[in-house]
Design a protein around this ligand. Structure first.
Ligand SMILES: [Zn+2]
Length: 119
């Protein structure tokens, strides 16, 4: 598994150029020691790439790659999510994240909340 490292935009483009690359990265992050079936703890599974699910070779339970992650039930491709998260991370690093909080405050703040979130 690759360790976390800061990536330039060019590194990011190279490392996460495809949906499969993003799925592989998520798999490595989720199961750092390899896949483990949540039902029977078996460590062998077939990966069904088109559906992003693992089919346990012992009990045949299918486990979604994105289930239980921040991408749970999303229909948006991981490639798009990775790009969004990368840009958000860059904005946080450069101090531009304030705009996200301000936007959230303006759109979602119920009137009864007197103190908006401050970045
Ligand atoms: Zn199993």
């Amino acid at each position: 598994m690759k360790n976390y490292r800061e990536r330039s935009l060019l590194d990011f483009q190279k490392d996460f150029a495809t949906e499969d690359a993003c799925a592989e990265h998520l798999k490595e992050m989720r199961w750092t020691r390899g896949f483990v079936c949540p039902a029977c703890r078996h460590d062998k599974a077939w990966y069904i790439k088109t559906r992003k699910v693992f089919d346990c070779q012992r009990c045949r339970i299918r486990t979604s790659l994105i289930a239980g992650t921040i991408f749970h039930k999303t229909r948006t491709p991981l490639l798009k999510w990775y790009w969004i998260l990368y840009h958000m991370a860059m904005d946080i690093q450069t101090g531009r994240c304030r705009s996200y909080f301000n936007l959230w405050n303006k759109r979602n703040r119920p009137n009864r909340i007197k103190y908006p979130i401050r970045a």
